[in-house]
Design a protein. Structure first.
Length: 351
């Protein structure tokens, strides 16, 4: 279904400058990579005992296991949330029968939606790639880059530029992406009025927020929402706080909390948008927990914490799901991570 036909079938009204609650549903899915409940707790205390997540009225729990392993990786868990089926660790967008899966982002695009991906990892990393790629290994970065270049994603922001223009096959995908305005900096992203815009933030993986990564995730999200809000069609947008996970792998509590605070600020941008646009659903969750983090000591005076870890990898603990807005009640309870996909599809009302 093209976007013009979509709005002939599903027109909407404007009420005092805001979209009516009867308008087609916007969806903002925010994924804190590696963000278990302990990471949320530590980040909250580090943020002076405050988090935007306290304003989310509906809370659920997601079971993160992969098809054959209790401990998932980001590829299997990303595929479960993006495509609605469990798969093997390391696999993106392909199920156990070796069938390519269609993601919720792609389904939305087929039904007249605009789409976007914003991450502070490389754009070909496992979580964002699960929304547009179908590959047997998450490590096939150059193939994943080809699939992004051929996708219908309207806006993307993330690192990993080298997989597009410094490739082993000699191709320059940036030059081949004729329909996309690939901008060189954030100011040009903000100013561009192209229908499709890409911004590679770094050649490789972006640095941590403590090492000077900028602009911050909330600025990217705000600029993208401004563009999406000026378009007539509804949108699906995935935003990842990628490096909460990397802090967990490093067993570095300061890394975790600083990345959580940045992610928390981006959640605030999404929440404010939803409060002003009644036809918006915001979901905040994680693909898995990383590090086996525990807060074992601390003082309430300055909310200083002492943390310990029991692994350098992931754990199998359930992760929280926070939701706000229209259809948010669908996300209460305890369920498999595949239900993130199915619940979004139910909320949008498409097959």
């Amino acid at each position: 279904m093209n976007k013009i036909l979509f709005f002939l079938l599903f027109p909407f009204t404007i009420i005092q400058g805001q979209q009516s609650i009867d308008a087609p549903l916007n969806v903002i899915l925010l994924i804190g990579d590696g963000m278990g409940l302990s990471q949320v707790t530590a980040g909250m205390y580090a943020n002076k005992n405050q988090t935007v997540l306290e304003d989310f009225p509906v809370i659920g729990l997601s079971k993160t296991h992969a098809l054959k392993n209790l401990v998932t990786d980001s590829a299997a868990s990303g595929t479960a949330m993006a495509c609605g089926e469990k798969t093997y660790n390391g696999v993106l967008g392909i199920n156990s029968k070796n069938e390519k899966l269609q993601s919720v982002l792609e389904i939305c695009e087929d039904n007249g939606y605009n789409s976007g991906l914003i991450v502070n990892s490389s754009i070909v990393h496992a979580t964002p790639a699960s929304f547009y790629a179908n590959v047997s290994s998450r490590k096939l970065y150059e193939e994943i880059a080809i699939q992004l270049s051929e996708s219908d994603v309207d806006y993307f922001i993330g690192g990993g530029k080298k997989y597009f223009n410094q490739r082993e096959d000699g191709r320059n995908l940036i030059e081949e992406m004729n329909s996309i305005d690939v901008v060189k900096n954030f100011k040009k992203f903000q100013k561009s009025d192209a229908g499709k815009i890409g911004f590679f933030t770094y050649d490789e993986e972006p640095p941590s927020i403590n090492d000077g990564r900028e602009p911050v995730l909330g600025d990217y999200l705000s600029a993208t929402l401004d563009k999406l809000d000026n378009r007539e069609e509804p949108f699906f947008l995935m935003v990842e706080g990628s490096q909460i996970d990397w802090g967990g792998h490093a067993n570095d509590i300061d890394y975790i909390t600083s990345e959580f605070i940045e992610f928390n600020n981006a959640i605030g941008v999404a929440l404010n948008f939803a409060k002003n646009n009644l036809n918006t659903l915001v979901i905040v969750t994680a693909d898995h927990e990383t590090g086996g983090l525990a807060i074992k000591m601390g003082k309430t005076k300055n909310f200083e914490i002492v943390a310990s870890f029991n692994t350098l990898g992931h754990s199998a603990t359930m992760v929280p799901v926070f939701s706000y807005g229209k259809f948010s009640k669908l996300f209460s309870g305890i369920y498999e991570n595949t239900q993130i996909f199915h619940k979004i599809i139910e909320a949008i009302g498409v097959n």
